[in-house]
Design a protein around this ligand. Structure first.
Ligand code: SF4
Length: 239
């Protein structure tokens, strides 16, 4: 199963509350008019210049084992190493918001328009995550349509650079998926260009395979522990 295409901005426009949270404003906190105006302007720019697109391709477990091994830099043990062998299906994916958004953010900071630059940067980061989620939902919908997933099947994405999967894993992932097809390239330090891009693997199977304790060695350095939210939400996702 392979797919590549554009994604409508309406599917990946983040709510204002998410942008404010990304800017460090907790839910329910009062927001001054300057910040609110900057967020509104950032959202408008995002919707005008973003070019969301994505690509995914099914991969079998043994091939993904090689991709996951990558340059041999992963933490041992790690959640994904324990989860992916229990998956029903796996799909490599990459998404991007395109070059113009990243160029515009850089230009805003260069011209010292910090409020708008920060708002657009936060909006684009949120939109990139929503684009990854949209592609994950698309993978699952296509598998269900093909009779390869049930109503109970769930899908969740994992990315190099997080939770023990080394960022250098991008090299093997890029070699297998070739996201250059949608304009994403990899720098020597394994960062993606355009910056507002996300890549990884969508793991498809029963919700329970994604459950794990956040007590790996690297978890002590984790500021967010957002795997707890992901695990909580997985039973509601993709339905
Ligand atoms: S605590 Fe942080 S590093 Fe550990 S698995 Fe959860 S999200 Fe990943």
């Amino acid at each position: 199963m392979n797919w590549r295409g554009d994604i409508h901005i309406d599917h990946v426009t983040p709510p204002e509350a998410n942008i404010l949270r990304a800017l460090g404003v907790p839910n329910g906190h009062a927001v001054n008019s300057r910040t609110r105006d900057a967020v509104a302007a950032g959202l408008e720019e995002l919707r005008t210049i973003a070019e969301p697109s994505g690509v995914f391709a099914s991969v079998d477990r043994s091939h993904f084992a090689d991709i996951y091994e990558g340059d041999g830099d992963n933490a041992v043990p790690s959640p994904l190493a324990e989860i992916f062998p229990r998956a029903d299906e796996l799909a490599l994916f990459a998404v991007t918001l395109g070059t113009p958004v990243s160029e515009r953010i850089a230009a805003l900071f260069t011209s010292r328009e910090y409020a708008l630059g920060a708002a657009l940067d936060a909006a684009a980061s949120e939109a990139a995550e929503l684009t990854a989620t949209h592609v994950t939902d698309t993978v699952l919908a296509k598998l269900r349509h093909a009779g390869r997933a049930t109503a109970e099947t769930r899908a969740l994405e994992y990315s190099p650079g997080y939770c023990g999967w080394s960022l250098t894993g991008q090299r093997a992932l890029f070699a297998a998926l070739e996201p250059g097809r949608i304009g994403i390239t990899l720098t020597n330090s394994c960062l993606m260009e355009p910056v507002k891009s996300v890549s990884g693997v969508v793991v498809i199977g029963p919700a329970g395979i994604h459950d794990f304790n956040d007590d790996y060695g690297f978890c002590t350095d984790c500021a967010t522990h957002d795997c707890r939210d992901r695990i909580r939400r997985i039973s509601e996702l993709n339905t």
